[in-house]
Design a protein around this ligand. Structure first.
Ligand code: AMP
Length: 215
């Protein structure tokens, strides 16, 4: 296992958008995660493996060294990471914004306490604490947009891309919390012990990200 490079990433959008970065680094998967039920995918290099896991688990695998590197959304890193990893490349993929949103026309200013529905508990807590706003955070696992419509919360903290989902549910963005995109993350020990391989991957990923930014 020690000579291997193990890369953790999640199925779906992050997997698809990471493929061109891996290709530039000369790595192509042999198995397809959309059709295979394997969790460890082989690649064109015998000593490079891909772990296909839940997005929220990627930082954990990398921090504990079960994977050397990974690709994770900044939203997931803000929530899940203990900060015990390196984050050397902003890949610029899966871009969106973490925002506070509320029903159109509602006035949240001056409220002593706000009920906030979100799955981004840490980010929401940090945001409102920095503004001195008291909140009750209601942890949900999906469809946050519903919560203000049925009186469960005054507002939500969620990812917004086009704004279409908010609009379709009578909500509007109120505050911007953070710009989100996916990052290449690296285990601290792997950065030292597998220095050459990891640095080659970082350089390739950075070059792809730069060329896309410039395009
Ligand atoms: P939109 O309607 O385009 O604003 O997209 C908002 C919906 O898509 C919300 O349910 C978000 O949770 C989800 N979403 C948007 N961008 C991302 C992203 N980069 N990663 C994960 N979920 C996202």
């Amino acid at each position: 296992m020690n000579d291997e490079l193990v890369i953790a990433l999640s199925k779906g959008r992050i997997y698809r958008e990471t493929l061109p970065f891996l290709k530039q680094a000369g790595i192509e998967p042999v198995d397809d995660p959309e059709t295979s039920r394997k969790l460890i995918l082989r690649t064109t290099h015998d000593d490079v493996k891909l772990l296909v896991i839940r997005a929220t688990d990627v930082p954990c695998y990398v921090e504990y060294g079960a994977a050397d590197v990974g690709v994770a959304g900044k939203d997931v890193l803000l929530e899940q990471s203990g900060g015990n990893l390196y984050e050397p490349v902003d890949m610029g993929i899966a871009r969106c914004r973490l925002m506070v949103a509320a029903p159109v026309g509602s006035d949240l200013s001056g409220r002593k306490r706000l009920k906030v529905a979100t799955k981004f508990v840490r980010s929401a807590q940090r945001h409102f604490a920095a503004r001195g706003q008291q909140v009750d955070i209601i942890k949900l696992y999906g469809s946050m947009e519903l919560a203000p419509l049925v009186g469960l919360a005054d507002c939500i903290v969620d990812l917004v891309d086009t704004g279409g989902t908010l609009k379709a549910n009578g909500l509007a963005p109120v505050e911007h919390i953070a710009d989100i995109s996916s990052r290449l993350i690296v285990n601290k020990a792997s950065m030292k012990l597998k220095r050459e391989r990891v640095h080659r991957l970082i350089d390739k990923f950075a070059a792809v990200a730069e060329s896309r930014e410039a395009a």
